[in-house]
Design a protein. Structure first.
Length: 629
């Protein structure tokens, strides 16, 4: 990288007025010593989370995670690479640059990669021209029009058409000075199966959808067949030095800033699904590139937003894929939602059949992955017999273990009760399962409250203690089989991390007053995750002083970034709302301690019951306020 002399780079750093440079993009105000804050120039936001370190000439955004020095700032705002940023800033500061000798191998690699990117871009431009002007592309134009896709948007996505001839791209590129190995490396041509020395165009008679990196540079293509006779229906670029299968998401460069703003990214399957969603105003949509979701892609989605909306196909395979994706994303900290489109339509179908407004509306009504999973479990269950219902309850219990107390949980219990034709007050405790709230468990013989409490405290205690297992008055049959089938128990599968972040986000959204909810005495109990506890301390200071915390700890910065994005989407932020999230966290913390509470058990159970009552009362108050508002 040492293309320019280090002294020159240092001289530029010293000479450039960084605050003036940033203020060309966004308004800054002073906030503490040597610090300024403003609205982020790289994503849309309402509350400033972009901060500038004036002396070190560094910037960082807690909203979208962008950050770096003055060169990085220019790379991002001017969409240039590092050497170009150096040149631009040298011009600005009036500094004459001297070049240094670069490591010849690195220089060659960089040059080669730049040539491949240039080749891919000129090929993309060629496909685009073909789509809009070639007579042969009439069928492709008609197909895109039949799908109701807006030509302006197709141009923005740089959709194109690869003609049916075997050597168009090959010949034109060779005339422009590209070698066959370069065309192979760019994934634009392939070798003939019979004559290995012969190569020909990889994409023929297909609509081409370019895949770009975050700066919008073309890395490869996905191409859809035009005729029913063409196999396979989709062809993607081959892996090479710039394109890596399973690492990229279609349209991520277009969706990124919108996803950061709304704190949510939509994932669908097809290229036209993505374009349809952008057309409906859902500009935070990205697509899979013809593969099942990979861990790399989950990481990329996680960097884009904190909520992932799955909009995969509604057929049986799509639903399976959805649950699979949910599993993969579960450990990532992403909050999962599912878009339910009517009649098994995908977003592209929906645009054609119902129009952009209806498609947009459908995405205003996403459901949580918990609700989706409950629906799926009920669909697969046999609800005619008592045994079938017991199995359904056993299947539902681990799902309910992931859903915190609140309105959603109450609603789901009622839904399930209706389907199982059981009274919700009977069903609720059955779904709570081992470790669930004892007071709502069915009648125990009066007279020995401690025995009842100990027996109901956890499935494990009941089994090992032996007593109570044969009690005829307890609905044991419904939950004991599950306890033995799932030795780890549902409580341990619950990940409190999301609830912790949600609470912090509500505090941030509620503003200064919420700092009082983050008292030191509470933090140790509320936060099971040390990084979240540290973030709570940093956030408390942030709320009190109005100054974002220092960013030298990348882990802390990452957590703050997530909660800032989450805070942007809190509806009707208020201290009461934040308090509710805090109570739910406390409820979960107490529930986690219960199975191993020993002598403390009765006290904790009383506390848990009181928390539940306060939560339900506060939910009621907030619901009434929301209706009035
Ligand atoms: Zn930002």
């Amino acid at each position: 990288m040492a293309r320019y002399a280090k002294e020159d780079i240092d001289r530029i750093r010293d000479a450039v007025d960084f605050v003036a440079l940033v203020e060309g993009r966004t308004e800054l105000r002073r906030s503490g010593v040597g610090r300024m804050v403003g609205l982020c120039p790289f994503h849309d936001e309402r509350t400033p989370s972009f901060s500038v370190n004036v002396d070190d000439k560094l910037f960082h955004c807690f909203g979208c995670g962008e950050g770096g020095d003055l060169f990085r700032f220019v790379e991002l705002t001017e969409n240039v690479d590092f050497p170009e940023a150096v040149e631009l800033l040298a011009d600005r500061a009036g500094i004459q640059l001297r070049t240094e000798d670069e490591d010849p191998q690195a220089a060659a690699r960089r040059k080669q990669e730049a040539r491949l990117l240039e080749l891919l871009d000129r090929t993309c431009r060629y496909y685009e021209r073909q789509l809009w002007s070639a007579a042969e592309a009439g069928g492709a134009r008609a197909e895109l029009q039949r799908r109701g896709l807006d030509p302006d948007l197709l141009r923005e996505f740089r959709v194109g058409y690869a003609p049916s001839a075997f050597e168009r791209v090959l010949t034109a590129s060779r005339h422009a000075g590209y070698r066959p190995e370069e065309l192979l490396a760019a994934g634009l041509v392939q070798r003939s199966r019979d004559r290995r020395d012969r190569i020909y165009d990889r994409f023929r008679r297909r609509i081409t959808f370019p895949l770009a990196d975050r700066r919008g540079r073309i890395l490869g293509f996905g191409a859809r067949a035009l005729g029913a006779d063409q196999k396979p229906k989709y062809v993607n670029s081959a892996d090479g030095p710039v394109y890596h299968k399973g690492q990229h998401l279609f349209a991520a460069h277009l969706a990124r800033k919108h996803a950061a703003r709304v704190g949510e990214v939509i994932l669908c399957e097809g290229y036209t699904d993505v374009i349809a969603l952008h057309q409906a105003g859902r500009r935070n949509a990205v697509g899979l590139m013809g593969t099942a979701l990979t861990p790399d892609q989950v990481g990329e989605l996680r960097r884009m937003a904190s909520v992932l909306v799955l909009a995969l196909d509604a057929d049986a395979a799509g639903r399976k894929a959805m649950l699979k994706a949910a599993e993969l994303a579960a450990g990532s900290g992403l909050e999962l939602q599912v878009a339910m489109l009517p009649d098994g339509m995908d977003p592209a179908d929906m645009l054609v059949k119902r129009g952009a407004a209806a498609l947009d509306q459908a995405f205003g009504r996403t459901i949580s992955i918990g609700r989706f999973r409950v629906g799926q479990a009920l669909e697969e269950a046999d609800l005619q017999t008592a045994e079938g219902k017991d199995r359904a309850i056993a299947d539902l219990r681990p799902i309910f273990a992931t859903i915190d107390p609140g309105v959603l949980r109450m609603e789901l219990v009622q839904d399930v009760a209706r389907r199982l034709r059981l009274d919700p007050t009977v069903l609720g405790p059955l779904l709570d399962g081992p470790g669930g709230p004892p007071a709502r468990r069915a009648p125990e013989p009066a007279g020995d409250p401690t025995a009842a409490v100990a027996g109901a405290g956890s499935g494990a205690a009941t089994r090992s203690g032996g007593q109570g297992a044969g009690s005829p008055s307890r609905p044991a049959g419904a939950w004991e089989p599950a306890a033995s089938q799932r030795p780890s128990g549902p409580a341990s599968s619950e990940d409190p991390a999301e609830a912790e972040l949600r609470f912090l986000a509500s505090c941030r959204a509620a503003g200064t007053e919420a700092a009082s909810l983050l008292g030191d005495d509470r933090l140790a109990e509320l936060f099971a995750h040390e990084p979240h506890r540290q973030a709570a301390v940093a956030l408390r200071e942030w709320l009190r002083a109005g100054t974002p915390p220092p960013t030298d700890d990348p882990l802390l910065a990452g957590v703050l970034r997530r909660l800032v994005a989450l805070a942007e989407q809190v509806e009707h932020p208020s201290v009461a709302r934040a308090e509710l999230d805090g109570l739910q966290l406390e409820f979960a913390a107490v529930s986690r301690r219960l199975p191993r509470a020993g002598a403390e058990t009765p006290a904790l159970q009383v506390r848990r019951q009181a928390l539940r009552a306060r939560i339900e009362a506060l939910v009621g108050t907030l619901a009434r306020t929301a209706r009035k508002g």
